[in-house]
Design a protein around this ligand. Structure first.
Ligand SMILES: Cc1cc2nc3c(=O)[nH]c(=O)nc-3n(C[C@H](O)[C@H](O)[C@H](O)COP(=O)(O)OP(=O)(O)OC[C@H]3O[C@@H](n4cnc5c(N)ncnc54)[C@H](O)[C@@H]3O)c2cc1C
Length: 485
Protein backbone atom coordinates (compact mmCIF):
# COMPACT_ATOMS: atom_id res chain seq x y z
CA UNK A 1 0.00 0.00 0.00
CA UNK A 2 1.16 3.51 -0.68
CA UNK A 3 2.23 5.57 2.32
CA UNK A 4 -0.32 7.93 3.73
CA UNK A 5 1.44 11.29 4.02
CA UNK A 6 -0.52 12.56 7.00
CA UNK A 7 -0.02 9.33 8.92
CA UNK A 8 3.71 9.72 8.42
CA UNK A 9 3.45 13.20 9.85
CA UNK A 10 4.50 14.86 6.63
CA UNK A 11 2.54 17.16 4.39
CA UNK A 12 2.90 17.12 0.65
CA UNK A 13 2.33 20.17 -1.51
CA UNK A 14 -0.31 20.77 -4.07
CA UNK A 15 1.45 21.02 -7.42
CA UNK A 16 -0.81 23.86 -8.50
CA UNK A 17 -0.41 26.06 -5.44
CA UNK A 18 3.03 25.65 -4.05
CA UNK A 19 2.87 27.98 -1.04
CA UNK A 20 2.53 27.26 2.67
CA UNK A 21 -1.11 28.41 2.92
CA UNK A 22 -2.09 25.81 0.39
CA UNK A 23 -0.36 22.85 1.95
CA UNK A 24 -2.34 19.72 1.34
CA UNK A 25 -2.09 16.57 3.39
CA UNK A 26 -2.21 13.73 0.88
CA UNK A 27 -3.85 10.46 1.88
CA UNK A 28 -3.07 8.14 -1.01
CA UNK A 29 -4.77 4.98 0.04
CA UNK A 30 -7.63 6.04 2.27
CA UNK A 31 -11.27 6.63 1.36
CA UNK A 32 -12.78 9.81 2.79
CA UNK A 33 -16.38 9.73 3.98
CA UNK A 34 -18.01 13.07 4.77
CA UNK A 35 -20.74 12.86 7.40
CA UNK A 36 -21.38 10.55 10.37
CA UNK A 37 -25.12 10.16 9.79
CA UNK A 38 -26.72 6.76 9.11
CA UNK A 39 -25.25 6.57 5.57
CA UNK A 40 -21.67 7.49 6.54
CA UNK A 41 -21.61 5.35 9.69
CA UNK A 42 -23.01 2.31 7.87
CA UNK A 43 -20.45 2.66 5.10
CA UNK A 44 -17.69 3.09 7.70
CA UNK A 45 -18.74 -0.12 9.45
CA UNK A 46 -18.80 -2.08 6.20
CA UNK A 47 -15.34 -0.86 5.11
CA UNK A 48 -14.00 -1.54 8.61
CA UNK A 49 -15.28 -5.12 8.40
CA UNK A 50 -13.24 -5.60 5.20
CA UNK A 51 -10.16 -3.81 6.60
CA UNK A 52 -10.33 -1.09 3.94
CA UNK A 53 -8.76 2.16 5.22
CA UNK A 54 -11.18 5.08 5.55
CA UNK A 55 -11.69 8.27 7.56
CA UNK A 56 -15.04 9.85 8.40
CA UNK A 57 -15.14 13.65 8.76
CA UNK A 58 -18.10 15.01 10.74
CA UNK A 59 -18.92 18.67 11.41
CA UNK A 60 -20.55 18.08 14.82
CA UNK A 61 -18.64 17.37 18.03
CA UNK A 62 -18.55 13.78 19.26
CA UNK A 63 -21.65 13.19 21.47
CA UNK A 64 -20.51 13.70 25.08
CA UNK A 65 -22.21 10.51 26.20
CA UNK A 66 -23.81 7.99 23.89
CA UNK A 67 -25.63 6.42 26.85
CA UNK A 68 -27.09 9.81 27.76
CA UNK A 69 -28.18 10.23 24.13
CA UNK A 70 -30.28 7.07 24.36
CA UNK A 71 -31.79 8.19 27.66
CA UNK A 72 -33.31 11.21 25.89
CA UNK A 73 -36.40 10.69 23.73
CA UNK A 74 -35.67 10.88 20.02
CA UNK A 75 -37.64 10.22 16.84
CA UNK A 76 -37.99 6.74 15.33
CA UNK A 77 -37.04 5.20 12.02
CA UNK A 78 -38.56 1.91 10.90
CA UNK A 79 -36.01 -0.25 9.13
CA UNK A 80 -37.03 -2.41 6.19
CA UNK A 81 -35.94 -5.95 5.36
CA UNK A 82 -34.35 -5.37 1.96
CA UNK A 83 -32.56 -2.14 2.85
CA UNK A 84 -31.95 -0.87 6.42
CA UNK A 85 -32.06 -4.33 8.02
CA UNK A 86 -29.96 -5.92 5.26
CA UNK A 87 -27.30 -3.23 5.75
CA UNK A 88 -27.25 -3.69 9.52
CA UNK A 89 -26.89 -7.45 9.19
CA UNK A 90 -24.00 -6.99 6.78
CA UNK A 91 -22.24 -4.55 9.12
CA UNK A 92 -21.33 -6.68 12.01
CA UNK A 93 -22.67 -10.17 11.54
CA UNK A 94 -24.85 -11.35 14.40
CA UNK A 95 -23.59 -9.18 17.23
CA UNK A 96 -24.46 -5.73 15.93
CA UNK A 97 -27.81 -6.96 14.65
CA UNK A 98 -28.65 -8.57 18.00
CA UNK A 99 -27.78 -5.32 19.75
CA UNK A 100 -30.14 -3.54 17.42
CA UNK A 101 -33.02 -6.02 17.91
CA UNK A 102 -32.70 -5.63 21.67
CA UNK A 103 -33.57 -1.93 21.54
CA UNK A 104 -36.47 -1.99 19.09
CA UNK A 105 -39.16 -2.38 21.75
CA UNK A 106 -39.27 1.32 22.69
CA UNK A 107 -41.93 1.99 20.06
CA UNK A 108 -44.31 -0.68 18.75
CA UNK A 109 -45.05 -1.30 15.06
CA UNK A 110 -48.65 -0.21 15.53
CA UNK A 111 -50.24 2.55 13.43
CA UNK A 112 -53.16 4.86 14.12
CA UNK A 113 -54.74 7.30 11.71
CA UNK A 114 -57.08 10.12 12.79
CA UNK A 115 -58.79 12.94 10.99
CA UNK A 116 -58.16 16.46 12.21
CA UNK A 117 -61.16 16.36 14.52
CA UNK A 118 -59.67 13.40 16.36
CA UNK A 119 -61.86 10.65 14.95
CA UNK A 120 -59.97 7.34 14.79
CA UNK A 121 -60.13 6.09 11.19
CA UNK A 122 -57.69 3.19 11.21
CA UNK A 123 -55.64 1.17 13.71
CA UNK A 124 -53.36 -1.76 13.02
CA UNK A 125 -50.15 -3.50 14.07
CA UNK A 126 -48.87 -5.59 16.95
CA UNK A 127 -49.05 -2.94 19.66
CA UNK A 128 -52.74 -2.42 19.06
CA UNK A 129 -53.39 -6.06 19.83
CA UNK A 130 -50.69 -7.08 22.27
CA UNK A 131 -50.25 -3.99 24.37
CA UNK A 132 -47.87 -1.17 25.09
CA UNK A 133 -44.25 -1.29 23.99
CA UNK A 134 -44.38 -4.52 21.99
CA UNK A 135 -41.74 -4.81 19.33
CA UNK A 136 -41.61 -7.68 16.86
CA UNK A 137 -43.65 -8.57 13.84
CA UNK A 138 -46.96 -7.04 12.88
CA UNK A 139 -46.44 -3.67 11.22
CA UNK A 140 -48.89 -2.04 8.86
CA UNK A 141 -48.03 -4.30 5.96
CA UNK A 142 -47.67 -7.52 7.98
CA UNK A 143 -43.91 -7.21 7.49
CA UNK A 144 -41.26 -6.91 10.13
CA UNK A 145 -40.37 -3.21 10.21
CA UNK A 146 -38.83 -2.63 13.65
CA UNK A 147 -38.73 0.94 14.91
CA UNK A 148 -35.38 2.14 16.22
CA UNK A 149 -34.73 5.51 17.80
CA UNK A 150 -32.24 7.75 16.01
CA UNK A 151 -30.23 7.80 19.24
CA UNK A 152 -29.87 4.00 19.41
CA UNK A 153 -29.06 3.66 15.72
CA UNK A 154 -26.29 6.24 16.10
CA UNK A 155 -24.93 4.62 19.26
CA UNK A 156 -24.85 1.10 17.79
CA UNK A 157 -23.16 2.17 14.54
CA UNK A 158 -20.70 4.51 16.25
CA UNK A 159 -19.56 2.15 18.98
CA UNK A 160 -18.74 -0.55 16.44
CA UNK A 161 -16.14 1.75 14.84
CA UNK A 162 -12.61 2.37 16.15
CA UNK A 163 -12.63 5.89 17.65
CA UNK A 164 -9.74 7.07 15.48
CA UNK A 165 -11.68 6.51 12.25
CA UNK A 166 -13.86 9.57 12.89
CA UNK A 167 -12.62 13.16 12.91
CA UNK A 168 -15.20 15.21 14.80
CA UNK A 169 -15.64 18.98 14.42
CA UNK A 170 -14.35 18.81 10.86
CA UNK A 171 -16.77 20.83 8.78
CA UNK A 172 -16.08 20.42 5.08
CA UNK A 173 -16.09 23.85 3.43
CA UNK A 174 -15.34 23.04 -0.19
CA UNK A 175 -14.17 20.33 -2.56
CA UNK A 176 -11.83 20.65 -5.53
CA UNK A 177 -9.47 18.51 -7.59
CA UNK A 178 -5.66 18.59 -7.50
CA UNK A 179 -2.89 16.85 -9.38
CA UNK A 180 -1.58 13.65 -7.81
CA UNK A 181 2.09 14.55 -7.47
CA UNK A 182 3.16 11.07 -6.37
CA UNK A 183 1.49 9.14 -9.16
CA UNK A 184 3.04 8.24 -12.48
CA UNK A 185 -0.46 8.09 -13.98
CA UNK A 186 -2.45 11.22 -14.70
CA UNK A 187 -5.03 10.47 -12.02
CA UNK A 188 -6.01 13.40 -9.84
CA UNK A 189 -6.97 13.53 -6.17
CA UNK A 190 -9.96 15.18 -4.52
CA UNK A 191 -8.98 17.95 -2.11
CA UNK A 192 -11.18 18.66 0.91
CA UNK A 193 -10.92 22.03 2.63
CA UNK A 194 -11.75 21.97 6.36
CA UNK A 195 -10.78 25.58 7.03
CA UNK A 196 -7.74 27.16 8.73
CA UNK A 197 -7.81 24.95 11.83
CA UNK A 198 -7.86 21.56 10.10
CA UNK A 199 -6.44 22.41 6.69
CA UNK A 200 -6.75 20.74 3.31
CA UNK A 201 -6.61 16.99 2.78
CA UNK A 202 -6.63 15.08 -0.49
CA UNK A 203 -7.91 11.58 -1.17
CA UNK A 204 -8.14 9.27 -4.18
CA UNK A 205 -11.86 8.71 -3.55
CA UNK A 206 -14.43 10.73 -1.58
CA UNK A 207 -17.94 9.72 -0.53
CA UNK A 208 -20.34 12.51 0.37
CA UNK A 209 -22.71 11.22 3.05
CA UNK A 210 -23.15 14.80 4.19
CA UNK A 211 -26.91 15.12 4.01
CA UNK A 212 -29.28 17.61 2.40
CA UNK A 213 -26.79 20.45 1.92
CA UNK A 214 -23.90 18.25 0.80
CA UNK A 215 -20.68 20.05 -0.15
CA UNK A 216 -19.37 16.98 -1.97
CA UNK A 217 -22.40 17.11 -4.27
CA UNK A 218 -21.12 20.49 -5.55
CA UNK A 219 -18.36 18.60 -7.37
CA UNK A 220 -20.93 16.51 -9.23
CA UNK A 221 -23.88 18.75 -9.99
CA UNK A 222 -25.28 22.26 -9.57
CA UNK A 223 -28.70 20.95 -8.54
CA UNK A 224 -29.80 22.08 -5.06
CA UNK A 225 -32.71 20.99 -2.87
CA UNK A 226 -35.91 23.01 -3.36
CA UNK A 227 -38.41 24.07 -0.71
CA UNK A 228 -41.22 21.49 -0.58
CA UNK A 229 -43.94 23.87 0.66
CA UNK A 230 -44.13 22.46 4.18
CA UNK A 231 -42.67 23.30 7.58
CA UNK A 232 -42.11 20.88 10.43
CA UNK A 233 -42.01 21.59 14.14
CA UNK A 234 -40.37 19.16 16.57
CA UNK A 235 -41.93 18.78 20.03
CA UNK A 236 -42.09 16.00 22.62
CA UNK A 237 -44.86 15.46 25.19
CA UNK A 238 -43.61 13.67 28.33
CA UNK A 239 -44.93 11.44 31.12
CA UNK A 240 -48.01 10.47 29.12
CA UNK A 241 -49.38 7.47 31.00
CA UNK A 242 -48.80 8.89 34.49
CA UNK A 243 -50.88 11.84 33.38
CA UNK A 244 -53.66 9.46 32.56
CA UNK A 245 -53.51 7.61 35.87
CA UNK A 246 -53.21 10.71 38.01
CA UNK A 247 -55.65 12.85 36.19
CA UNK A 248 -58.50 10.64 35.10
CA UNK A 249 -61.49 10.97 37.39
CA UNK A 250 -60.54 14.54 38.25
CA UNK A 251 -62.73 16.14 35.65
CA UNK A 252 -61.50 16.85 32.12
CA UNK A 253 -57.88 17.74 32.79
CA UNK A 254 -56.46 19.13 29.59
CA UNK A 255 -53.62 16.60 29.55
CA UNK A 256 -55.48 13.40 30.38
CA UNK A 257 -56.15 10.77 27.75
CA UNK A 258 -53.09 11.61 25.65
CA UNK A 259 -51.52 8.15 26.06
CA UNK A 260 -54.69 6.55 24.72
CA UNK A 261 -54.79 9.03 21.87
CA UNK A 262 -51.29 8.32 20.54
CA UNK A 263 -51.35 4.53 21.14
CA UNK A 264 -48.23 2.39 21.38
CA UNK A 265 -46.56 3.10 18.05
CA UNK A 266 -47.02 5.66 15.27
CA UNK A 267 -49.92 8.09 15.15
CA UNK A 268 -50.87 10.28 12.21
CA UNK A 269 -53.60 12.91 12.54
CA UNK A 270 -54.16 14.58 9.19
CA UNK A 271 -56.56 17.18 7.87
CA UNK A 272 -56.84 20.68 6.42
CA UNK A 273 -53.50 19.97 4.67
CA UNK A 274 -51.66 19.89 8.02
CA UNK A 275 -50.63 17.05 10.29
CA UNK A 276 -49.58 15.91 13.75
CA UNK A 277 -47.39 12.81 13.58
CA UNK A 278 -46.10 11.09 16.69
CA UNK A 279 -44.09 8.09 17.79
CA UNK A 280 -44.70 6.67 21.25
CA UNK A 281 -41.38 6.25 23.05
CA UNK A 282 -41.00 4.34 26.32
CA UNK A 283 -38.01 6.60 27.07
CA UNK A 284 -39.47 9.09 29.54
CA UNK A 285 -42.93 7.84 28.49
CA UNK A 286 -43.13 10.28 25.61
CA UNK A 287 -44.82 11.09 22.32
CA UNK A 288 -42.15 12.43 19.97
CA UNK A 289 -43.93 14.64 17.45
CA UNK A 290 -43.47 16.24 14.06
CA UNK A 291 -46.10 18.90 13.59
CA UNK A 292 -46.44 19.52 9.86
CA UNK A 293 -47.70 22.84 8.50
CA UNK A 294 -48.71 23.54 4.90
CA UNK A 295 -46.95 26.75 3.84
CA UNK A 296 -46.53 26.76 0.05
CA UNK A 297 -44.29 29.56 -1.23
CA UNK A 298 -43.47 30.61 2.35
CA UNK A 299 -40.02 29.25 2.98
CA UNK A 300 -39.57 31.95 5.65
CA UNK A 301 -42.92 31.09 7.31
CA UNK A 302 -41.39 30.80 10.80
CA UNK A 303 -39.82 34.27 10.59
CA UNK A 304 -42.73 35.99 8.82
CA UNK A 305 -45.24 34.70 11.37
CA UNK A 306 -42.91 35.55 14.28
CA UNK A 307 -43.06 31.93 15.52
CA UNK A 308 -39.30 31.44 15.24
CA UNK A 309 -38.76 34.09 17.95
CA UNK A 310 -41.21 32.50 20.40
CA UNK A 311 -40.54 29.91 23.03
CA UNK A 312 -42.05 26.55 22.11
CA UNK A 313 -44.73 27.05 24.79
CA UNK A 314 -45.73 30.47 23.42
CA UNK A 315 -45.80 29.13 19.87
CA UNK A 316 -47.99 26.18 20.94
CA UNK A 317 -50.66 28.61 22.17
CA UNK A 318 -50.58 30.46 18.85
CA UNK A 319 -50.78 27.23 16.84
CA UNK A 320 -53.92 25.96 18.63
CA UNK A 321 -55.45 29.43 19.21
CA UNK A 322 -58.66 30.34 17.40
CA UNK A 323 -56.82 31.79 14.38
CA UNK A 324 -53.95 29.29 14.55
CA UNK A 325 -53.13 26.55 12.08
CA UNK A 326 -54.66 23.95 14.42
CA UNK A 327 -57.43 26.24 15.77
CA UNK A 328 -60.20 24.20 14.13
CA UNK A 329 -58.79 20.79 15.16
CA UNK A 330 -60.39 18.47 17.71
CA UNK A 331 -59.83 19.15 21.39
CA UNK A 332 -57.70 16.05 22.15
CA UNK A 333 -55.29 16.78 19.29
CA UNK A 334 -54.99 20.43 20.35
CA UNK A 335 -54.18 19.29 23.90
CA UNK A 336 -51.48 16.99 22.50
CA UNK A 337 -49.89 19.84 20.50
CA UNK A 338 -50.01 22.11 23.55
CA UNK A 339 -48.57 19.47 25.88
CA UNK A 340 -45.71 18.79 23.45
CA UNK A 341 -44.94 22.48 23.02
CA UNK A 342 -45.07 23.22 26.75
CA UNK A 343 -42.82 20.26 27.61
CA UNK A 344 -40.40 21.00 24.77
CA UNK A 345 -40.00 24.57 26.02
CA UNK A 346 -38.66 23.39 29.35
CA UNK A 347 -37.06 19.99 28.66
CA UNK A 348 -36.15 20.17 24.98
CA UNK A 349 -32.51 19.98 24.03
CA UNK A 350 -31.21 22.44 21.48
CA UNK A 351 -28.95 21.42 18.61
CA UNK A 352 -25.99 22.54 20.71
CA UNK A 353 -27.06 20.05 23.38
CA UNK A 354 -28.38 22.64 25.86
CA UNK A 355 -31.69 22.42 27.66
CA UNK A 356 -33.70 25.57 26.90
CA UNK A 357 -32.29 28.66 25.20
CA UNK A 358 -29.78 31.02 26.79
CA UNK A 359 -31.97 34.13 26.58
CA UNK A 360 -35.25 32.94 27.99
CA UNK A 361 -34.34 29.80 29.89
CA UNK A 362 -36.86 28.10 27.61
CA UNK A 363 -36.31 26.54 24.22
CA UNK A 364 -37.31 28.53 21.17
CA UNK A 365 -39.60 26.83 18.65
CA UNK A 366 -37.73 24.22 16.59
CA UNK A 367 -39.27 24.80 13.17
CA UNK A 368 -37.67 23.97 9.83
CA UNK A 369 -38.68 24.19 6.17
CA UNK A 370 -38.76 20.86 4.33
CA UNK A 371 -36.65 20.44 1.18
CA UNK A 372 -36.34 17.78 -1.51
CA UNK A 373 -34.11 17.07 -4.49
CA UNK A 374 -35.92 16.46 -7.80
CA UNK A 375 -37.23 12.89 -8.08
CA UNK A 376 -34.87 10.93 -10.34
CA UNK A 377 -31.94 13.31 -9.73
CA UNK A 378 -28.74 12.07 -11.47
CA UNK A 379 -25.35 13.46 -12.39
CA UNK A 380 -22.52 12.61 -14.75
CA UNK A 381 -20.37 9.95 -13.12
CA UNK A 382 -17.18 11.25 -11.52
CA UNK A 383 -14.30 8.75 -11.17
CA UNK A 384 -13.14 10.06 -7.78
CA UNK A 385 -16.29 11.09 -5.90
CA UNK A 386 -19.88 10.07 -5.29
CA UNK A 387 -22.70 10.92 -2.88
CA UNK A 388 -25.08 8.63 -0.99
CA UNK A 389 -28.12 9.04 1.29
CA UNK A 390 -29.84 12.41 1.54
CA UNK A 391 -26.90 14.02 -0.26
CA UNK A 392 -27.86 12.00 -3.36
CA UNK A 393 -31.66 11.82 -3.15
CA UNK A 394 -33.17 14.00 -0.44
CA UNK A 395 -36.85 13.04 -0.27
CA UNK A 396 -39.80 13.85 1.98
CA UNK A 397 -40.37 11.45 4.90
CA UNK A 398 -43.78 10.28 3.63
CA UNK A 399 -42.74 6.79 2.56
CA UNK A 400 -40.42 6.18 5.55
CA UNK A 401 -37.64 5.34 3.10
CA UNK A 402 -34.98 8.06 3.54
CA UNK A 403 -32.83 6.25 6.06
CA UNK A 404 -33.49 2.85 4.50
CA UNK A 405 -32.37 4.03 1.08
CA UNK A 406 -29.33 5.70 2.66
CA UNK A 407 -28.27 2.46 4.39
CA UNK A 408 -28.83 0.39 1.25
CA UNK A 409 -26.67 2.88 -0.67
CA UNK A 410 -23.91 2.31 1.89
CA UNK A 411 -24.29 -1.46 1.57
CA UNK A 412 -24.10 -1.48 -2.23
CA UNK A 413 -21.29 1.09 -2.43
CA UNK A 414 -19.28 -0.95 0.08
CA UNK A 415 -19.75 -4.02 -2.13
CA UNK A 416 -18.42 -2.02 -5.11
CA UNK A 417 -15.39 -0.85 -3.12
CA UNK A 418 -14.66 -4.32 -1.74
CA UNK A 419 -14.89 -5.70 -5.28
CA UNK A 420 -12.39 -3.11 -6.50
CA UNK A 421 -9.95 -3.95 -3.71
CA UNK A 422 -10.21 -7.67 -4.44
CA UNK A 423 -9.87 -6.93 -8.16
CA UNK A 424 -6.63 -5.07 -7.54
CA UNK A 425 -5.02 -8.23 -6.08
CA UNK A 426 -3.43 -6.59 -3.09
CA UNK A 427 -2.26 -3.46 -4.88
CA UNK A 428 -3.64 0.00 -4.08
CA UNK A 429 -7.28 0.69 -4.87
CA UNK A 430 -6.96 2.01 -8.37
CA UNK A 431 -9.26 4.45 -10.06
CA UNK A 432 -9.39 2.04 -13.00
CA UNK A 433 -10.89 -0.77 -10.93
CA UNK A 434 -13.07 1.42 -8.67
CA UNK A 435 -14.63 3.86 -11.12
CA UNK A 436 -16.62 1.38 -13.29
CA UNK A 437 -17.92 -0.36 -10.17
CA UNK A 438 -19.04 2.94 -8.64
CA UNK A 439 -20.68 3.92 -11.93
CA UNK A 440 -22.68 0.68 -11.88
CA UNK A 441 -23.57 1.26 -8.22
CA UNK A 442 -24.83 4.77 -9.05
CA UNK A 443 -27.12 3.46 -11.80
CA UNK A 444 -28.71 1.08 -9.30
CA UNK A 445 -28.95 3.74 -6.58
CA UNK A 446 -30.60 6.27 -8.92
CA UNK A 447 -33.22 3.75 -9.96
CA UNK A 448 -34.01 2.62 -6.39
CA UNK A 449 -34.05 6.15 -5.04
CA UNK A 450 -36.29 7.48 -7.84
CA UNK A 451 -38.84 4.79 -7.03
CA UNK A 452 -38.80 5.59 -3.28
CA UNK A 453 -38.80 9.36 -3.79
CA UNK A 454 -41.75 8.98 -6.18
CA UNK A 455 -43.58 6.94 -3.54
CA UNK A 456 -42.86 9.59 -0.94
CA UNK A 457 -44.14 12.33 -3.24
CA UNK A 458 -47.37 10.41 -3.98
CA UNK A 459 -47.93 9.69 -0.27
CA UNK A 460 -47.28 13.35 0.54
CA UNK A 461 -49.99 14.41 -1.94
CA UNK A 462 -52.39 11.86 -0.47
CA UNK A 463 -51.71 12.97 3.11
CA UNK A 464 -51.50 16.73 2.61
CA UNK A 465 -52.95 17.50 -0.83
CA UNK A 466 -56.55 17.83 0.35
CA UNK A 467 -58.51 18.75 3.47
CA UNK A 468 -59.13 15.07 4.19
CA UNK A 469 -55.67 13.52 4.35
CA UNK A 470 -56.60 11.28 7.28
CA UNK A 471 -59.44 9.68 5.37
CA UNK A 472 -57.31 9.21 2.26
CA UNK A 473 -54.46 7.58 4.22
CA UNK A 474 -56.83 5.31 6.17
CA UNK A 475 -58.41 4.20 2.88
CA UNK A 476 -54.97 3.42 1.47
CA UNK A 477 -54.01 1.35 4.52
CA UNK A 478 -57.31 -0.54 4.39
CA UNK A 479 -56.84 -1.30 0.68
CA UNK A 480 -53.75 -3.37 1.56
CA UNK A 481 -55.98 -5.82 3.45
CA UNK A 482 -55.05 -7.77 6.59
CA UNK A 483 -51.45 -8.97 6.94
CA UNK A 484 -50.83 -12.57 5.83
CA UNK A 485 -51.09 -15.14 8.66
C1 LIG B 1 -38.90 15.26 10.00
C2 LIG B 1 -38.23 14.09 9.37
C3 LIG B 1 -38.71 12.81 9.61
C4 LIG B 1 -38.11 11.71 9.00
N1 LIG B 1 -38.63 10.47 9.23
C5 LIG B 1 -38.09 9.41 8.58
C6 LIG B 1 -38.62 8.11 8.74
O1 LIG B 1 -39.58 7.89 9.47
N2 LIG B 1 -38.03 7.07 8.07
C7 LIG B 1 -36.96 7.26 7.23
O2 LIG B 1 -36.47 6.30 6.62
N3 LIG B 1 -36.41 8.48 7.07
C8 LIG B 1 -36.96 9.56 7.71
N4 LIG B 1 -36.43 10.79 7.54
C9 LIG B 1 -35.26 10.93 6.65
C10 LIG B 1 -33.98 10.49 7.32
O3 LIG B 1 -33.78 11.21 8.50
C11 LIG B 1 -32.80 10.74 6.37
O4 LIG B 1 -33.11 10.19 5.10
C12 LIG B 1 -31.52 10.12 6.89
O5 LIG B 1 -31.12 10.72 8.10
C13 LIG B 1 -30.41 10.29 5.85
O6 LIG B 1 -29.18 9.90 6.36
P1 LIG B 1 -27.82 10.51 5.81
O7 LIG B 1 -26.73 9.85 6.58
O8 LIG B 1 -27.81 10.44 4.33
O9 LIG B 1 -27.90 12.07 6.14
P2 LIG B 1 -27.95 12.81 7.54
O10 LIG B 1 -28.72 12.02 8.52
O11 LIG B 1 -28.43 14.19 7.24
O12 LIG B 1 -26.44 12.86 8.02
C14 LIG B 1 -25.52 13.73 7.40
C15 LIG B 1 -24.33 13.93 8.33
O13 LIG B 1 -23.37 14.74 7.66
C16 LIG B 1 -22.92 15.77 8.53
N5 LIG B 1 -22.52 16.92 7.70
C17 LIG B 1 -23.32 17.73 6.97
N6 LIG B 1 -22.61 18.66 6.34
C18 LIG B 1 -21.31 18.44 6.66
C19 LIG B 1 -20.09 19.10 6.32
N7 LIG B 1 -20.08 20.15 5.51
N8 LIG B 1 -18.94 18.62 6.84
C20 LIG B 1 -18.94 17.52 7.66
N9 LIG B 1 -20.07 16.88 8.03
C21 LIG B 1 -21.24 17.33 7.53
C22 LIG B 1 -24.13 16.06 9.41
O14 LIG B 1 -23.76 16.69 10.62
C23 LIG B 1 -24.71 14.66 9.62
O15 LIG B 1 -24.12 14.01 10.70
C24 LIG B 1 -36.99 11.91 8.15
C25 LIG B 1 -36.48 13.19 7.94
C26 LIG B 1 -37.10 14.27 8.55
C27 LIG B 1 -36.56 15.65 8.29
Amino acid sequence: MAADASQNGTAAKDNNNNNSNNTIHHHHNTIAIIGAGPAGLTLGNLLHKHAIPFTIFERRPRPASLDELTRQPSGFLDLHEESGLAALRACGGGELYEQFRAVTGECSQADRVYDHEGQLLHASGSGEVEGYGQGGRGGEFGEDRPEVSRAWLTKILLEALPADTIRWEHKLLSVSEVENSSSSSNNKLVALDFGPEHGRHSFPFVVGADGAWSRVRNLLTDVKPAYAGQQYISATARGLSSRNEQQQGQGQDRRSGLADLVGTGSMMALGQRNGVISHRNTVQDTAVMYIVVDAPGQEDWAESTGLSRMTTAEAGKVLVGEDGVFGKWGDALKRLVLAGCEDESVHGITEEGKVGSDKTGQKLLDVKPMYTLPVGHRWAHHPRATVIGDAAHLMGPWAGEGVNTAMQDALELAEAIVGAVRGSEGRDISEESLSPRVEKFELGMWERAAEKAGESERNGKLMFGSDHGGRALAAMFKSFGPPPQ
